[in-house]
Ligand binder design. Structure first.
Ligand code: C5P
Length: 323
């Protein structure tokens, strides 16, 4: 069976990857850039309900609120949005979102014709610099939340301050801190400097909801992936895709994820909006993507035909899971 067929069944192993991707994995393991020291269990046989409950408990959505050093001394309590992200869509009698779409940037979404279906959800999450213009038939044009990694903020080529991609949406930025999460060290040397662009953007656009994920949240998600995988996973943070899926499970009653687990349209085309080909984008090299995807398939409640034809996974929101 191919790697993708194994993903559809939710059972994967790094041995299924090409020698090049296996070597990349080993190199990231020996580099251990973020100083991961994981001592917990590695459990492979948990039921989907058990997994959901563990995620609900471990993946409590958390953003920087300015209450911890060094951010408290820097006045971040007044800089961050007054409403927490979990409350943003529950104010004034709103009940949060019923149905949500998470649209990954995978090349396999090209020619899917899923745009209308995606836009019919109450909220749509997109990633980084993924455009809708020019691709509306396949990816839709509604964007409610955009998750951006720190490179988007730090690299001038993304035109973060001027591009319309980052306007009129809720923004959620993230950057990996060291695994032990020392906020002082993180502030002094983030992977890419997101702090000054964030502060500047908050001052210029105080009414636009814009959050920074707490790095502890990111590593707690990683712990759940490793804790439910027998193999040693890459000691690097989960992909934006996995983070976005878990974020929407905290905000929505039902989450539909498109082209995270590849459909029959599977391709090495990395992004639908770029002519760059690399299987690592779908199967992982830096990120523990293969294992993230296997975990998500284990909690998928949708039918196999949705997976094959639409690349669609259906997940329950945490508010509907009783543990
Ligand atoms: O590349 P980027 O991180 O911006 O893409 C957003 C997310 O979409 C990734 O973090 C990953 O989870 C998912 N993705 C994927 N397969 C691809 C490209 C992206 O699963 N070929």
């Amino acid at each position: 069976a191919s790697v993708v067929q194994r993903l559809w069944r939710g059972s994967v192993s790094s041995g299924m990857l090409s020698p090049r991707l296996q070597r990349a994995m080993r190199d990231y393991l020996s580099a251990n850039k973020h100083h991961v020291t994981y001592e917990g269990r590695r459990w492979a046989a948990q039921s989907s309900r058990g997994l959901l409950c563990e995620l609900k408990d471990q993946a409590r959505l958390r953003t920087l609120d300015g209450s911890e050093q060094p951010f408290s001394s820097l006045g971040w309590a007044h800089l961050v949005p007054r409403l927490a992200l979990e409350q943003l869509y529950r104010q004034g009698g709103q009940r949060g979102f019923r149905s949500c779409a998470v649209v990954t940037s995978a090349g396999a979404i090209l020619h899917s014709g899923l745009g209308k279906e995606i836009d019919s959800h109450d909220a749509v999450l997109r990633f980084n610099a993924a455009p809708t213009e020019g691709y509306v038939r396949d990816v839709g044009n509604k964007t409610t939340i955009r998750i951006i990694n720190s490179q988007i903020l730090a690299n001038p080529k993304n035109h973060f301050n001027t591009s319309s991609l980052y306007k009129k949406v809720t923004l959620v930025a993230w950057d990996p801190a060291p695994y032990a999460v020392n906020l002082h060290k993180w502030y002094a040397s983030p992977d890419y400097n997101l702090f000054s662009p964030y502060v500047e953007h908050r001052r210029l656009h105080p009414t636009q909801p814009f959050y920074v994920l707490h790095p502890k949240y990111v590593w707690q998600l990683w712990d759940v992936i490793q804790g439910n995988t027998q193999e040693t996973i890459q000691p690097n943070p989960p992909s934006s895709g996995f983070i976005g899926i878990l974020l929407m499970m905290a905000l929505c009653e039902e989450v539909h994820v498109y082209e995270y687990i590849p459909s029959l349209r599977q391709t090495d085309l990395c992004h639908y909006h770029e002519g760059y080909y690399d299987a690592a984008c779908t199967l992982g090299a830096y990120h523990p993507l293969l294992y993230e995807k296997s975990l998500v398939q284990r909690i998928n409640t949708g039918p196999e035909r949705d997976l094959k034809r639409k690349g669609r996974v259906t997940l329950p929101g945490f508010s509907t899971v009783n543990c």
